[in-house]
Design a protein around this ligand. Sequence first.
Ligand code: NDP
Ligand code: OXD
Length: 311
Amino acid sequence: MTGTPRLVFCAPGAKPEPWLRGLRDALPGAAIEAWSEASAPADYAIVWTPPDAFYATQRGLKALFNLGAGVDGLLRSSALPAHVPLVRLEDAGMARLMAEYVVQAAVRHARELDRMEMDRRAGRWAPRRTIDRSEFPVGVMGAGALGVPVAQALVAHDFPVSLWSRSIKAVDGVRSFGGVEQRDAFLAATRILVCLLPLTPDTENILDARLFERLMPDAYLINVARGRHLVDADLLAALASGRMAGATLDVFREEPLPAAHPFWAEPRITITPHCSAVTQRSATIEQIVAKIVRLEAGEPISGVVDRNRGY
Ligand code: NDP
Ligand code: OXD
């Protein structure tokens, strides 16, 4: 690396010290500080939902690194500079966590462990029949850094698995569907639907009544992507009519989920607080630092967001 690159860290809500220590250890030749309104312009920024004031102080960035896979939050800010390359996390330790979370939710539903939990609360001893995995085909929407490992983990647990993305992928043991034209065929082959799409204008509100109608009967939803993929009222109506059997939701339109939200009162919805795959500090630092080293050497990097596609 030539010269002394300047890095600024800005992630309101996260303690900066362990990040700064890790970054300084991994990149000893750089000047690294936590952002404040008095910060001088840096070469690289590492951020999660920075305030608009952040951008006003950072006019000369060579790249902006997002501390997450989804960049919808960053793209929503009108203060985001138009031309700075925006780099997202690619797995960085999250794929294993996401796979583990989705497999547990699918197994919990298919083996009726959620219903047994309700029985236990009612003091009811009610053994269930053995469940055949072939009755629970899983469809994963999004075949990216997280969707593919999730599909592979489901295959390893003997679920029949399909993937749906814009372009068709080749993944061993998985049926692949591509584009809007193959969406209905994908849905018709899906009983447990997993959403791992980025939130973009094309995917916002995609989990709606029309989509639920096209799934297999007694379908189940696992949404681990973004709350704005789901039309909340349509899920509640589909549960009330019996069209959907239940859901595991990790993400919500408003987070924390407001105390008065009807999801809390629906026992067929399992709720977790946006924790299915939290950012892993050391793997994240390793990935970002490796990319800064490449950029400083004039080499290309992966994970640069295509702002026209929105991911
Ligand atoms: P990637 O960008 O690697 O993959 C996105 C996938 O979605 C690609 O396969 C892409 O298709 C597909 N896709 C995008 N738009 C469409 C569309 N209109 N129609 C069909 N397919 C589409 O993302 P990641 O796998 O890294 O992450 C996915 C999302 O997971 C993140 O954006 C974030 O919202 C969420 N997430 C949630 C976390 C949590 O804790 N709950 C943690 C981490 C991420 P193609 O391959 O053809 O381009
Ligand atoms: C992410 C997230 O996008 O944590 O990485 O939601």
